[in-house]
Design a protein around this ligand. Structure first.
Ligand SMILES: [Zn+2]
Length: 165
């Protein structure tokens, strides 16, 4: 079992479908990658962040009004490191909502500047946790990003893993 060095903790029990970020996610206010997003307001932002467990998303996403939606099945069965990295990714989107930014749905997913920013922060965090480029590739590959899109995203993010397939 892969063990990452982080002060953050994820509690995978869901008590209510609508809850607060800090009910399930602890210590993220001490993670440097998160502090770089929100600065002095980090603890407050996380305390006020609303979470909803819903099948309205296959993994996680942030709504236009800045709520974090999480698929409950993914949350309870997904790889813990993947879920940790997803949270970092989604917190970048929370910051983008605060900045009034939103993606143009006509632009393909891996070309959206807001996604590239979120993936960039996440990959930096993965590297600082000493994950290999192959493990990062494995993380990046999903229902949303595969095949040519996956290779394109790796090029954008300056990753050079061995593609096994
Ligand atoms: Zn995203």
């Amino acid at each position: 079992m892969e063990k990452i060095q982080t002060s953050a903790q994820i509690l995978r029990e869901i008590s209510e479908s609508q809850c607060c970020f800090t009910d399930n996610f602890r210590g993220f206010e001490t993670v440097d990658a998160v502090r770089r997003l929100f600065g002095e307001k980090t603890a407050q932002v996380l305390k006020e962040l609303k979470v909803e467990f819903t099948h309205d998303t296959i993994y996680m996403r942030v709504t236009d009004d800045g709520r974090l939606l999480i698929n409950p099945d993914y949350f309870q069965t997904g790889n813990p490191t993947d879920i940790y990295l997803d949270i970092i990714h989604e917190l970048v989107h929370v910051k983008q909502v605060f900045e009034g930014k939103s993606s143009n749905p006509k632009v393909s997913y891996v070309d959206r500047p807001l996604e590239i920013e979120a993936y960039g922060v996440t990959v930096n965090e993965a590297k600082s946790l000493n994950l290999s480029e192959e493990r990062i590739l494995d993380y990046l590959e999903s229902e949303l990003v595969k095949g040519a899109d996956l290779r394109k995203l790796c090029t954008t993010l300056e990753l050079n893993p061995n593609f096994s397939s």
